[in-house]
Design a protein around this ligand. Sequence first.
Ligand SMILES: *Cc1c(COP(=O)(O)O)cnc(C)c1O
Length: 369
Amino acid sequence: MDNKKILVTSPLLPELDDFIPYLKEIWDSKWLTNNGHFHQELEKALAAYLKVPYISLFTNGTLPLIAALQAERITGEVITTPYSFVATTHSLWWNGIKPVFVDIDPITCNLDPTKIEAAITSRTTAIMPVHVYGQPCDTEAIQEIADKYGLKVIYDAAHAFGVNVNGKSILEAGDMSTLSFHATKVYNTIEGGALVMKDEKTKKRIDYIKNFGFSGETTIVAPGINAKMDEVRAAYGLLNLKQVDEAIAWRKQVADQYREALRGVEGITFFEDIEGVDHNYAYFPIFVDKEKFGMSRDELYYKMQEKNVFGRRYFYPLISTFSTYKSLPSAAPSNLPVATQKADQVICLPMYKDLGSESVTSVINAIIR
Ligand SMILES: *Cc1c(COP(=O)(O)O)cnc(C)c1O
């Protein structure tokens, strides 16, 4: 009998002993926030690790979405996916923008580019796709549409830390990309996030916006917000960056073990690796086909819990079903058949560094038996 709960995730933590000298340095300097030296160091280290030209740190992964929309002066309508964490759409709402939901592709679970054009109106100003589970969007097709209609593209890349396609960072796609460094993500700074941009001018503007709009001691250039990352979390982030490769390698082994056991199980499907893509194994979603598996997703979900295996139904319910959004015309389930089906089929299995192979076996047994 397994009587230890296996949870969907567990945070990647640096060694406490390694963290103490960093804290000592912060205490000695008394420089706690406002672009301190750990903040500057982490921006440099992340730009190098992620292979991106410019990055600006944030205090979480939601504020960079809000700030990117502000910086690009996005208004009117924005096309987005309902199959994501709710912060994606909330960032539009906080900017007074009307979200327009477009259905997802059944293979990638990302915004379906073939359905975008039909949703464009004279008020559309941007597209906000999500690389859900770290699976790359069809960035070329999306850019082609954006160029044709003069739209901005802001990627919610909260799941896509370290994902490269043919050696190039996925974070370079579109006009800007956001990251989340929340405790539950592949790489975390407890709470934290970032915005990735292409040029120095945009970085400068974003750095002003995240600091109330201050461009100098007495000059305000924009109605900014306070979204700065502090020194304690920047230092923690530097330490965690040193072990993120090891964490991703561990996750890959877990994914391989799941795949080997579940391949060929009737009614269960999952993602395989894509050639040329460096995956980060942020999540391991399985999709349950009730007819073929002989049990609904929810039946399986609760049966697993009885065996102490706690997956999560990411992403269920769809964002478009929440009270704030459900009356939008684009939120109608008939407009979103693929997303609706995926949301009804998905369970994300436990996935984190140090998840032992015996625990992985327990998860597999809770599904198969
Ligand atoms: C986690 C997440 C966010 C928000 O990040 P926080 O750091 O929790 O604010 C935004 N979008 C997606 C898709 C996420 O998964």
